[in-house]
Design a protein around this ligand. Structure first.
Ligand SMILES: [Zn+2]
Length: 476
């Protein structure tokens, strides 16, 4: 059964101060001899992986997949490669447990967005370590997390422990273009390999810090917004521009678009958004701190609502959004064209009725003769923030950073998680790296990099989370 977004869970008590220390697994895996060099090993692996250029387009993820598979193979973990398109390959490997509990998938994507070396302080594809930071496209999105997951597999294998769950490592191509040539094909052709998974841990969430590096909260992405792309088309009489036509196609389109822009979708505060904002509030400066503490009450004041929307991240999860992105009409200044088109990128909250949303757009633009057609629809969804995996994250947060809350968040973007939510897998986005606003701004931007300290600490935290979730009974 698909998890819908209308729920709220009484167990969503997410200050981690209550969590029991006793439930946290010991660090014996890390401290044993075989894993004592995990920090330098992981940094070396990430540096190497960053040098494999998997810029999408075109991707060429096969090279990255072969690298990951070779590392797993050297450790005696059999990795399988599956081509999802020419030159585009998934890596799949499974550490067998005792089968007492269902599997967890560690999911990451191999591709990265383009990077122009001229715009960077240090080369984006050399994997250099400079002043305590690892530089390169993908360090944060998301090769760093891919290597953290890989290193966790190596450490678990070396420990020799038999876990209560199978641990599945899955790296996919084409996530940055929507996964059509990656996760979609893998799930379509090989769902039997992952159907037994209860959980999936993917990208997006992180340990968010302030500018000084003080951890504010562990943000766990539990939901994403659906993607709906619409095309608006209108036709009219063509003619010479010296004889204006009030009902020309461009005029009608502009008037229709003005209506859409003037009346953006209203706010929709789901219980999870309200809880999430409430828990983020203490980490925010005033007056945002007060606004977010009770978002439902705050947005009744138009000035406060406008102030909240000015924060793009917060505003994007508070309502459905519409961005006008493509406008096309005309080819010569003195010719009134016959047709005008526009494209809208709409992002819908999980509870939204798509057909109703489209109907409202049509009702707005049809008086102008504008027709609406659907270009793309990718349905996202949510996962309940009450689960053994959420508990495991909370326990590790309580042990490692007492008092720092774990907060379920909604991602305004889109990842590969939805392909797996469709199979009823509980999917969270959480890479346990500390990130500050300066480093977050480098994702899909220039100078992407991760501090070595944050990277190796994140691996330690991930290893602890997996041990809490899947560790054999005698260590829990
Ligand atoms: Zn990503």
């Amino acid at each position: 059964m698909r998890k819908h977004f209308g729920w709220f869970c009484a167990a969503l008590v997410i200050s981690n101060s209550f969590a029991g220390q006793a439930a946290v697994t010991s660090m014996s895996d890390i401290n044993n001899n075989a894993n004592s060099h995990y920090e330098s090993e992981a940094v070396g692996l990430l540096s190497h992986y960053l040098q494999v250029d998997t810029t999408n387009p075109p991707g060429n993820e096969k090279l990255g997949a072969q690298f990951l598979a070779s590392v797993l193979g050297k450790e005696g973990i059999q990795a399988h490669l599956f081509d999802t398109a020419p030159g585009r390959t998934c890596v799949y490997a499974r550490l067998k447990g005792n089968g007492k509990k269902r599997a967890i998938i560690l999911l990451n994507h191999i591709d990265v967005v383009p990077a122009n070396a001229h715009d960077w302080k240090h080369h984006p594809f050399k994997g250099e370590i400079i002043d305590g930071e690892i530089w390169g496209r993908g360090t944060l999105d998301i090769k760093g997390f891919g290597i953290a997951q890989l290193e966790t597999m190596l450490m678990l294998k070396r420990s020799g422990k038999v876990l209560d769950r199978d641990i599945i490592f899955l790296a996919t191509p084409d996530e940055e273009s929507g996964g059509e040539h990656g996760a979609r094909v893998f799930v379509k052709n090989h769902s039997d390999l992952v159907r037994d998974a209860e959980f999936l841990l993917n990208e997006v969430g992180a340990i968010y810090t302030n500018d000084s590096g003080k951890p504010l909260y562990w943000g766990v992405d539990i939901a994403e917004k659906s993607v709906l792309w619409l095309k608006l088309t209108v036709t009219g009489e063509a003619g010479h521009a010296s004889l204006p036509l009030p009902d020309s196609a461009p005029n009608k389109l502009v008037l229709a678009l003005a209506k859409i822009i003037e009346s953006p979708p209203p706010p929709h505060v789901s219980p999870v958004v309200a809880q999430s904002f409430h828990d983020i509030a203490p980490a925010m400066p005033e007056p945002m701190k007060s606004y977010l503490t009770d978002i439902t009450a705050s947005i009744q004041d138009p000035k406060v609502y406008a102030a909240i929307l000015a924060n793009k991240q917060l505003g994007a999860v508070l309502r459905n959004t519409i961005s006008l992105t493509v406008l096309k009409s005309g080819y010569k200044t003195n010719v009134i064209p016959k047709e005008a088109t526009a494209e809208l990128d709409c992002r819908l909250l999980p509870a939204t009725d798509k057909d109703q949303f489209i109907k409202e757009i049509k009702d707005t633009v049809s008086p102008f003769g504008v027709e609406v057609s659907e270009l793309t629809w990718q349905k996202a969804d949510a996962s309940l923030p009450c689960s053994a995996l959420f508990d495991a994250i909370t326990k590790v947060a309580a042990k490692e950073q007492p008092g720092v809350p774990v907060v379920p968040i909604i991602c305004p973007g889109f990842t590969d998680s939805h392909w797996f939510r469709d199979m009823d897998t509980i999917c969270y986005g959480f890479a346990p790296f500390e990130v500050d606003p300066e480093h977050i701004a480098t994702i899909h931007g220039t100078n992407e990099r991760i501090p070595v300290r944050s990277f190796v600490q994140g691996i330690k935290f991930l290893h602890e989370i997996i041990n809490n979730l899947a560790g054999p009974s005698d260590v829990q």
